[in-house]
Design a protein around this ligand. Structure first.
Ligand SMILES: Nc1ncnc2c1ncn2[C@@H]1O[C@H](COP(=O)(O)OP(=O)(O)OP(=O)(O)O)[C@@H](O)[C@H]1O
Length: 320
């Protein structure tokens, strides 16, 4: 697959702080790539370098054949993390305005805006002012504004943040639609479930370093299955079962424990369960679980994607 984006050994330093380290990855043309990591992992810094909004300290970035994102800016659509459209504008005018910034004639921008709002079930909102829209509606309008000029490459920085599950689903549909129409999509998130449902490929970032690049299934395959057992059982009894590599106590109440038994690579769990019952262990509930992308992230990086990794500059509060 031809690459629409290539990063090779990219580094970003802010003074003495090394925010992005030796980062290399590729995004194939027409694919959806999730750029995943906790807050502060270096996702926004990388996106800003890809767009040419800030220089890399070292390394090479190529997007749509150009070595500087600014040269191909009209072929790129970008939804920044910090969002906002002029509150007094109507969605149609706001979308057409953003299109015009990318070289789309205003009249054509308005026509496409009305059509795209209609497709997203927002036809009724087109005469309202931006400030009258719900957060979910406003976010959809902002995504439409970012793609009204029909960009070949769409970059979305934390597009799901602040949306309720219904609007998150709507946004997922919109992203699928962009890729179905041939666009390449790169989006950042710290919520693994979106990536799990959407992505052809994921790039996992922790503390500025790439921890993994590949498909969601490949990421999950690096992680082990685990068996959750509840009952009056000792961790040592479970650790001695075949196929178990280590055991965590997840909960304990009045002698009844919930134990999480991580299985050794290749162990499928059935033998472990059979041995538990044959050995007379007092198991009252069991659950054999496949690892999620969230589990894989923790196994691959040792970090929890929900935890903020931002480094506060000395003597200052973090901006967020
Ligand atoms: N202009 C800057 N000067 C100094 N440090 C910065 C600057 N921009 C970002 N950082 C630091 O670099 C690290 C990476 O930040 P970045 O915003 O790229 O992370 P992120 O993964 O996008 O997280 P978030 O989603 O919260 O923005 C953080 O520790 C942040 O505090």
């Amino acid at each position: 697959m031809t690459a629409a984006l290539t990063l090779q050994d990219v580094n970003k330093r802010y003074g003495g702080f090394h925010a992005v380290r030796d980062l290399s990855f590729e995004v194939g043309k027409g694919s959806i790539c999730g750029f995943l990591g906790p807050n502060g992992a270096g996702k926004t810094s990388t996106i800003r370098m890809i767009l040419g909004l800030q220089p890399a300290t070292s390394g090479r970035i190529e997007i749509l054949g150009a070595d500087d994102g600014r040269r191909v800016r009209n072929r790129i659509g970008f939804l920044p993390e910090e969002r906002g459209l002029y509150k007094k504008m109507t969605p149609v005018d706001a979308i057409a305005f953003f299109g015009a910034l990318k070289g789309l004639p205003l009249g054509e921008g308005r026509r496409r805006a009305r059509e795209m709002l209609e497709q997203q079930g927002l036809g009724g909102a087109s005469r309202k002012k931006m400030k009258e829209l719900s957060k979910g509606m406003a976010q959809k309008v902002q995504l439409i504004a970012a793609v009204v000029h029909r960009p070949e490459f769409v970059i979305l920085d934390e597009p799901f943040s602040g949306l309720d599950p219904v609007n998150q689903q709507g946004l997922e549909q919109m992203i699928r639609g962009l890729a179905a129409d041939g666009a390449t999509v790169l989006f950042s998130t710290h919520v693994m479930q979106h990536a799990e449902r959407l992505c052809d490929k994921v790039v996992l970032l922790a503390r500025g370093r790439k921890a993994f690049e590949g498909t969601v299934d490949e990421a999950k395959a690096t992680s082990r299955r685990f068996l959750e057992l509840e009952g009056v059982i000792e961790a040592g009894q479970v650790a001695a079962l075949p196929g178990v590599s280590n055991v965590e106590i997840a909960a304990e109440n009045d002698g009844v424990r919930v134990l999480k038994a991580h299985l050794a690579p290749g162990a499928r769990g059935q033998e472990t369960l059979k041995a538990a019952f044959l050995g007379g262990l007092d198991v009252r509930r069991f659950d054999l679980r496949e690892p999620s992308l969230h589990d894989a992230f923790i196994d691959l990086t040792g970090d929890n994607p929900d935890q903020d990794q931002s480094v506060k500059p000395a003597g200052q509060e973090a901006a967020r």
